[in-house]
Write a protein that binds this ligand. Structure first.
Ligand SMILES: Cc1cc2nc3c(=O)[nH]c(=O)nc-3n(C[C@H](O)[C@H](O)[C@H](O)COP(=O)(O)OP(=O)(O)OC[C@H]3O[C@@H](n4cnc5c(N)ncnc54)[C@H](O)[C@@H]3O)c2cc1C
Length: 292
């Protein structure tokens, strides 16, 4: 492992990625690293960049589909405590990119800070939620984001203030290699009321999603005010399946991967739904999940 000499304690070779994803699908990463500090992360990134290796970051793996053949290069995960700290100062909550979005939300609510409770039930990390601008339909993470700190491909750390950040439906301007942390400016709220609201939202959200099944959330983005689920329904594709990948009975925009499903099953079903909607409704659906 000469490229990562001295970093053997955080780098593993040929690490299977399936356990890091909600689909439970995906072959090995050539190199997989869980750095324990920002300095170590910078060292890994500079060495991999210098060697021309592709570098990716996996968060909670809740919006990813990974090839059975795996991925070349270095996959990073910010699982160490150094990347998952959450702190509160006044009405501003700061969270590491590796922190769970759910922990950020519960910390804010406990501290009587309102805004993020609308996002209850969205799995994954703060970094993934910032990258994709996680949203609940009525609110998104971007609207509460005051700044974000990122690491670029050359290891340089940059802070983006609110004015430099752009958030839109399920997307953000945060396209640098690693999102290290975010600052969220919230409003005062009553913890008891917020908790009640979260319980309500949680029940509604869970009722609309396949429970206890392997999936990666909404596969497609909504299109021009029409939900992707209703478009799949309208195109008569609700009971489609390929191999062990099936359209969820609860929500046509979710694909459920039965145990033993492969990348090709899920990818095949995505293509089938896309081409079916295009053929029958003349609408081109855009994939929301990321495919590696
Ligand atoms: C049951 C279920 C329900 C869901 N409901 C919703 C919902 O209501 N609303 C919604 O918006 N989404 C929803 N999702 C999708 C998903 O949870 C979100 O997109 C989430 O924000 C992804 O975060 P993650 O950490 O899991 O990202 P991953 O899936 O690990 O990665 C997604 C992308 O983010 C990048 N990324 C992750 N962490 C970092 C980082 N630290 N730095 C740089 N890049 C990073 C990855 O490289 C990748 O490009 C749902 C998913 C599931 C499985």
């Amino acid at each position: 492992m000469s490229l990562f000499d001295g970093l053997e304690h955080v780098v593993r070779e040929n690490e299977p990625l399936a356990p890091f994803t909600w689909f439970r699908i995906g072959g090995p990463a050539e190199y997989f690293a869980e750095p324990t500090s920002v300095e170590e992360l910078g060292d890994l990134v500079r060495r991999a960049s210098g060697a021309g290796l592709p570098i990716r970051v996996v968060g909670g793996g809740s919006h990813l589909l990974i090839r059975d053949s795996g991925v070349k290069g270095l996959v990073l995960q910010l699982s160490a405590p150094a990347f998952s700290q959450i702190s509160v100062a006044g009405n501003v909550v700061t969270a590491g990119g590796g922190a769970k979005l759910g922990h950020l939300i519960s910390t804010a609510v406990r501290e009587g800070l309102s805004g993020l409770e609308e996002l209850v039930g969205i799995p994954g990390s703060v970094g993934g939620a910032l990258r994709n601008n996680a949203d609940s339909g009525s609110a998104d993470l971007g609207q509460w984001t005051r700044s974000a700190t990122v690491m670029k491909q050359n290891g340089e750390i940059v802070v983006h203030d609110r004015d430099a950040l752009r958030f839109s439906y399920r997307s953000s301007s945060l396209d640098e290699l690693v999102i290290l942390s975010g600052e969220f400016e919230l409003e005062p709220g009553d913890p008891a009321e917020m908790t009640k609201r979260m319980q309500k939202l949680w029940i509604i959200k869970k009722a609309e999603e396949p429970q206890g099944r392997q999936n990666a959330g909404c596969v497609f983005k909504d299109h021009g005010g029409m939900s992707a689920a209703s478009l799949i329904d309208d195109a008569g594709l609700r009971s489609s399946e390929v191999g062990k990948a099936k359209v969820s009975e609860k929500n046509a925009n979710f694909i459920v991967a039965e145990p033993g499903a492969t990348f090709d099953d899920v990818r095949g079903l995505i293509e089938l739904l896309k081409s079916g909607v295009e053929e029958r409704l003349n609408i081109e659906l855009e994939t929301a999940i990321e495919i590696w």
